[in-house]
Design a binder for this molecule. Sequence first.
Ligand code: ATP
Length: 361
Amino acid sequence: MRADEAYLDLRGIHKRFGAFTALQSIDLAIRKGEFVCFLGPSGCGKTTLLRIVAGLETQTSGRIVQAGRDISVLPPAGRDYGIMFQSYALFPNLSVAQNVGYGLVNRGQGRAQIAARVEELLALVGLPGSGAKYPAQMSGGQQQRIALARALATSPGLLLLDEPLSALDATVRVRLRNEIRGLQRSLGVTTIMVTHDQEEALSVADRIVVMNHGVIEQVGTPMEVYREPATPFVAHFVGKVNKLAAVAEGERWFRCGDKRFQSAPGTGADFRAGREVSLYMRPEDRVVGEMPADEPLRCAGTVRAIEFLGGNCLAEVDVEGLPGQPLQLQYSLNQMDEFNVHEGARVSFALRADRLRVFPA
Ligand code: ATP
């Protein structure tokens, strides 16, 4: 394997279930040590893709290479990965230690060696000394830690996580995802996690693969996917976004209601004049406060409603000159005090030209 070669290379993966196409033309290269999330709505094919990598499902066509080895038709046992599922999938009649050591027993290791490795793994996932317990005696979060220890037992080259946190309550989920991330970093194990939770993907992934209807919409770092969504689907699926109907006027100028906006270079194609487009803008991509009269993206409006989100709020603003297209704007609590933002208040702000994204309508 060359240094610049992908650790896991998926080429032209297609998957059909009868007449239904679940995956189409999937090309994806994952580097050694990367933490990659497959993110998308229910039914987009992310679990199917993970199962194909694991050999639990067979692709209709396409090639998979792991560490320079073509594994396209290898059965699961011939592949080098550990896997962890959403439902804990622990054996209820086996002790914690037996669960964790399950994959080691068939590898011809001695009892003492296995016991030592199991204890090492339990310590790694924060459950030292719990080997004699049974899964039913442990909480959901603890069971997932055991499942993680089991997935890591053979020191696999690849760790596959299929929605491992979605059955847990919010606090445990956040704690465990940070622990998984920390562990993954320290072990350097190449990892793929399936999730439908965009916040989870943004917080842990090195790169996110955004999927929809069996195709990849975008592959990028969390920042790229959030700031530079490649498609309207990605803009909507990852984070909150405002969408404004507009008509192109050339040279990146757009007419939107009674207002004209010029987007910055690189925010989308320069559409020919007359073309109907959509301008996308995140709620935080605005400058607040009084704007100079010559500021081209200057707006004013009235706060129609406020949604409290903790450290900040989303204000729904009816913008003068943009009838029927209220904008959601984010304000920190301090900004709300400073600029006197409340329901019924009049607010001034400017959109950020460099943050507008433009797509065909
Ligand atoms: P979820 O988050 O709901 O699990 P997903 O993105 O992981 O969704 P998949 O489980 O990969 O989606 O399924 C993708 C599509 O393929 C779905 O429409 C599903 O109904 C279909 N599908 C999956 N497995 C099979 C199967 N064994 N037979 C027929 N159709 C299947």
